[in-house]
Design a binder for this molecule. Structure first.
Ligand SMILES: C[S@@+](CC[C@H](N)C(=O)[O-])C[C@H]1O[C@@H](n2cnc3c(N)ncnc32)[C@H](O)[C@@H]1O
Length: 336
C-alpha cells in the first residue's frame, strides 16, 4: 500500500524496491528464521531497506526473541494511567457477561488459537501441533516450581498440596499441575474451553481435577482455601474492575504460607478505562475480540498488602511481547 502510494506520487522509477532476497536475509539475520512466501510478498511493499529494518526491529517477534538487545520497554517518563477499577455490582455483572460472551464464542470457534494465538494452533492445523501446545504448559509449570524453589517455598514438594488454576482454558497448564499437585481446582468462564480441558485431562487418566465454571461475580467469591493459585494470560483479558475482583478473591483464598503465581499487564502507554464507555462500545459487538487490559503495579501491590501477603518476586515477562510502552509482570507472592 505504502509503496503503491509513493509510486503514484513520485512515479515508478523513484521508488527503490526491496528485493525478495533482501527480505529473506533480513529475516535470517534479525529473526533467525526463513520468511514465509506471504511475508516476502508483504515486505515487498517497504519503500526501502530502512523501512524494512524498522519494521522488523519493531516487531513483537524481534522484541521477544532478542529482548536483551531492545532495552527496557518503559522509560519511566510515561504519563499516569486513568483507570476505573471499582464499580457497582450491576456493572460488574455486565462486564463479566461481556467477557463470557467473548470467550464462549472463541471456545466454539478457535479454542486452542484463543489460548496461544499463533497460526499453528488454528483448528485446521492443531492436530499436528497438539504436542507442542501441551508441552508448553509443562514448561510454564516448571518455571513456577523453579521460582517457588529458589524462594525457599514448598521444600517438601507439592504432591500433598492443592492448587487453584484460574482461567484454565483447554487444560494446557492444568494437566501439568495435576501431574504434580494433589488436587487442582480449575476455573474458567467458557463452557467450550472447560469441556475440551475435561476431555484432554481425562484422556491422560487424570482424575484429581475439579473443573468449575464462572458464570457470575458471586462465583468468584466462593473459592476453596488453597496452598497455591496460578493464573497466566487470563487477567490481562479482563476489564480492570474484574481483574480486581478476581485477584482480591484469589489472594483471600490462600492459606497462611500459601503461594501465588499470577501474570498481568501492568502498563500500556495510552491505556484508559471507564466502565460506562467500555460497556457502550462492547455491548452489541458482533465479532469476538481478544482484548488487552491493564492494572498498574501500585494497585496490585495495594491488594497484596491488603490481603496480608508479601512480594517474593516480580519479573518482567514476555506475555505481551515486550512492545515499547507495554509492561507485563509475573508476580510471586506469599501469604504471611
Ligand atoms: C488466553 S486463555 C489462557 C488459558 C490458560 N491460562 C493457558 O495459559 O493455557 C484465557 C482463558 O481464560 C478464560 N477467562 C478469561 N476471562 C476469565 C474470567 N473472568 N474468569 C474465568 N475465566 C476467564 C478464557 O475463557 C480462556 O479460557
Amino acid at each position: 500500500m505504502f509503496r503503491q502510494a509513493l509510486r503514484t506520487f513520485l512515479g515508478p522509477k523513484s521508488v527503490r524496491t526491496v528485493s525478495p532476497e533482501a527480505v529473506t536475509w533480513a529475516y535470517r539475520l534479525l529473526l533467525g528464521r526463513e520468511p514465509s512466501p506471504a511475508e516476502v510478498h508483504r515486505h515487498a511493499d517497504c519503500a526501502d531497506l530502512d523501512h524494512l529494518r524498522r519494521t522488523l526491529f519493531g516487531s513483537r517477534e524481534f522484541r521477544t526473541r532478542w529482548r536483551h538487545l531492545c532495552g527496557p520497554s518503559l522509560t519511566g517518563f510515561e504519563p499516569p494511567l486513568e483507570i476505573e477499577d471499582e464499580v457497582d455490582q450491576e456493572t460488574l455483572e455486565r462486564l463479566l457477561l461481556a467477557v463470557q460472551n467473548t470467550w464462549a464464542l472463541l471456545g466454539r470457534t478457535e479454542p486452542h488459537w484463543s489460548v496461544i494465538s499463533v497460526e499453528n494452533f488454528k483448528q485446521s492445523t492443531f492436530e499436528q501441533n497438539r504436542e507442542v501446545f501441551y508441552q508448553s504448559g509443562q514448561e510454564n509449570v516448571e518455571l513456577f516450581l523453579h521460582l517457588a524453589n529458589r524462594n525457599g517455598c514448598f521444600r517438601d514438594g507439592v504432591s500433598e498440596k492443592n492448587i487453584l488454576e484460574y482461567g484454565c482454558g483447554v487444560g494446557r497448564i492444568t494437566h501439568a499441575l495435576a501431574q504434580r499437585f494433589k488436587q487442582v481446582y480449575a476455573y474458567d468462564i467458557s463452557a467450550p474451553h472447560l469441556e475440551l480441558a475435561r476431555q484432554f485431562t481425562s484422556s491422560l487418566g487424570l482424575h484429581n481435577i475439579h473443573f468449575r465454571q464462572i458464570s457470575h461475580p458471586l462465583d468468584v467469591g466462593s473459592f476453596p482455601s488453597v496452598d497455591a493459585f496460578y493464573t497466566l494470560i487470563v487477567l490481562q483479558h479482563n476489564p480492570p474492575p474484574i481483574i480486581r475482583l478476581i485477584l482480591s478473591n484469589l489472594l483471600k483464598s490462600l492459606v497462611p504460607g500459601g503461594l501465588a503465581f499470577f501474570q498481568l499487564q501492568t502498563f500500556q502507554t495510552g491505556y484508559t478505562f471507564s466502565a460506562r464507555d467500555y460497556l457502550r462500545s462492547v455491548e452489541g459487538r458482533r465479532e469476538p475480540q481478544i482484548e488487552m487490559h491493564v492494572l498498574p503495579q501500585s494497585r496490585v501491590f495495594d491488594m497484596i498488602y491488603e490481603h496480608n501477603c508479601k512480594v517474593l518476586e516480580v519479573l518482567d515477562d514476555p506475555f505481551t511481547g515486550y512492545a515499547a510502552g507495554d509492561l507485563s509482570n509475573t508476580f510471586l507472592i506469599q501469604k504471611r
